[in-house]
Design a protein around this ligand. Structure first.
Ligand code: NAI
Length: 232
């Protein structure tokens, strides 16, 4: 069993995995922490520290073997096994997720999509037919998908999450803007694009403020030089 890894490190692992995947595609065999740090825009010591958590993948003077590191991080992230996903709510977001082929390539197989709206039942999303919610219980009990993606209005999220968990779902990919209260052994990953946008907005403001401060300093320095010149 791995020692407990901080959530900050876990959060960075998908990014390492993505970069290593790109290097692998470019048939890069090995990479130093310095090169990786330049590509990823994090410090080399951060990379060494992060990866040391998993038992020193790197070798002094050699760097990291891309294939090995990619495979090992994949295992740590549980990507070496297929995860069966059901999408609940086949509206704008549910269909967009179903139609995005890359999730399957990463091992997240969208096996079924469910909705309550009659006119959607039988239509296709991501290569599977949208099913009626009336069949969800039987489907979950029989097919035992691991993950339910919730893309329904938030008012229904708690009830639907409780139901699917009681039928055996182990993980919820929650897109609804609501905190789910579920048993401790159920894993919940909340995805909030709006929060990401708010961080973007904060960074835009911070960048503007920095620019204004720099401009202010420049003007003050110029004024200072001008007054020194007139005094001479
Ligand atoms: P939408 O209205 O296009 O789709 C919702 C779908 O859920 C509809 O097809 C509806 O028939 C179905 N539905 C309603 N109640 C249901 C139930 N009890 N069981 C099964 N299906 C049910 O809405 P949209 O835009 O796709 O958004 C879906 C959810 O995702 C909303 O809660 C929204 O707030 C959230 N959202 C979250 C984002 C994020 O970044 N986390 C981004 C966009 C939307």
């Amino acid at each position: 069993m791995q020692k407990a890894i901080s959530t900050a490190v876990i959060k960075r692992l998908p990014r390492y995995y993505r970069y290593l995947g790109e290097l692998r595609k470019q048939e890069v065999v090995r990479i130093s922490s310095k090169e990786l740090s330049e590509r990823m825009n994090v410090t080399a010591s951060q990379i060494r520290q992060d990866l040391n958590n998993f038992g020193g993948f790197g070798q002094q003077g050699y760097g990291y073997n891309v294939e090995h590191l990619y495979t090992e991080i994949g295992k740590i992230l549980g990507l070496d096994q297929e995860h069966k996903v059901v999408i609940i709510g086949a509206g704008n977001l549910g269909q967009a997720i179903a139609n995005y082929g890359d999730f399957a390539r990463r091992g997240f197989a969208i096996k079924a999509v469910f909705d309550i709206k009659q006119e959607l039942i039988g239509k296709e999303a991501g290569g599977v037919k949208i099913r009626s919610m009336s069949g969800l219980k039987e489907y979950v009990l029989k097919q035992k998908p691991e993950i339910a993606a919730l893309t329904i209005p938030k008012e229904h999220a708690a009830q639907v999450a409780n139901d699917v968990v009681s039928w055996g779902i182990k993980a919820i990919w929650n897109f609804t803007p609501t905190e789910l209260r579920l048993p401790k052994d159920v894993v919940v990953e909340n995805v909030h694009l709006t929060e990401s946008l708010m961080r973007l907005s904060y960074n835009i403001r911070a960048a503007q403020e920095k620019k204004e401060q720099e401009l202010g300093k420049q003007i003050a320095a110029e004024a200072c030089m001008e007054s020194a010149a007139t005094e001479e």
